[in-house]
Design a protein around this ligand. Structure first.
Ligand code: UT7
Length: 327
């Protein structure tokens, strides 16, 4: 059977690094509060004029180089973002042009912080259905553009960045020993849409709007829903929790990451944590964390990995995959 395996991974962070102390110069907050409540120490912000597709481009180039592929080797590009360059065309087609890619098809997926998990699942479906053999999946965000700088409860939590993976079709045996994506579990529940949303949009206000969040409520949903869908996706993959080598969670809050891991009985040594350096980069957070961990040598060929995310919608999901060998 056909599996979608990871052939390459890359990431990009804008040059400007903003430490927690910077916020204390204009908000009633402190490094101590931000660090202890979220685990965040710093984040990167895009420069003026640097747009989401610019970040995506650097991450995509890194993933293609890692995979030993050229842009025209790709059949499709899927970009997960909630902060597109423009209302249309899709940031993915802008990326396609910037990459110099002249074939295939490209489109965006919008599932906020769960965007990369949704995009990965979508790219997996393209590959196993035979619609594409090689797919670039990117998570890229410029959340600094939708933050309310007067709201200390949200402004301190988010950052900009991009991560990318190249997926390639490989032959598998149909067992959990195969490399590539083994199982996917996606959910959404629009009844909770108002606890994490943006205050504007094309069809409502005609503006981009600003992010608003009922943090405590999102926190509660996050731990419960991430734990359940991680258990479910592991069962779907036909593996056990003990067999998991690495967890690459969405990087929103180290307390959510730790509580979810504890609920699942997963030791923190197995969990990739990058939130201290990146903040919450929404759809970019998982591929960013994957790329950083892979470059550190923390993700090895054959490793069994589970990745999970939740965000606005609410939308959430998890994927189990065996790392590598897509080259
Ligand atoms: O990626 C998508 C999903 N998003 C998330 O997963 C975020 C989920 N939520 C969270 O991570 C946490 O709820 C937060 C980090 C947002 C907040 O942590 P918390 O422990 O839930 O704090 P809280 O919202 O209950 O606020 C505690 C106190 C409040 O003061 P009072 O009412 O107790 O007097 C807040 O006003 O902390 C205050 N506060 C701050 N103080 C200093 C809120 N933001 C700040 C701040 N600096 N930046």
């Amino acid at each position: 059977m056909i599996r979608a395996a990871i052939a390459g991974v890359g990431h990009y962070l804008p040059e400007r690094v903003v430490e927690n102390d910077w916020f204390a110069s204009f908000l009633d907050t402190s490094d101590e509060w931000i660090r202890s409540r979220s685990g965040i120490e710093r984040r990167h912000f895009a420069a003026d004029g640097q747009v989401t597709s610019d970040l995506a481009l650097e991450a995509a180039r890194g993933a293609l180089t890692d995979a030993g592929m050229a842009p025209d080797d790709l059949d499709a590009v899927v970009v997960a973002t909630s902060t597109p360059d423009l209302t249309f065309p899709a940031t993915a087609t802008i990326l396609q042009q910037k990459l110099g890619m002249t074939r295939g098809f490209a489109y965006d997926v919008q599932a906020v912080c769960a965007g990369f998990v949704y995009a990965l699942s979508n790219a997996h479906a393209l590959i196993v259905s035979g619609q594409a053999s090689t797919v670039l999946v990117v998570g890229a965000e410029t959340f600094s553009r939708i933050l309310n700088w007067e709201d200390r409860a949200t402004a301190v939590l988010f950052g900009d960045g991009a991560g990318a993976v190249v997926l390639r079709a490989v032959e598998g045996q149909g067992t959990p020993a195969d490399v590539g994506i083994l199982a996917v579990d996606l959910h959404s529940d629009g009844r909770h849409r108002d606890i994490l949303q943006v205050s504007g949009g094309v069809s409502s206000t005609g503006t981009a709007g600003h992010l608003t969040m009922a943090g405590k409520e999102v926190f509660r949903h996050a731990v419960e829903k991430l734990a359940r869908c991680t258990e479910d996706v592991i069962a779907k993959a036909g593996v056990t929790m003990d067999a998991i080598d690495r967890v690459v969670p969405h990087q929103a809050n180290v307390r959510i990451i730790a509580k979810t891991a504890a609920k699942l009985g997963l030791p923190m040594e197995k969990v990739v944590v990058t939130v201290q350096d990146h903040g919450n980069t929404s759809a970019a957070s998982i591929p960013l964390a994957m790329s950083v961990a892979a470059k550190r040598g923390d993700l090895k060929p054959g490793d069994l990995i589970v990745t999970e995310a939740i965000g606005g919608g609410l939308a959430w999901g998890a994927v189990v995959l065996r790392w590598g060998h897509g080259r």
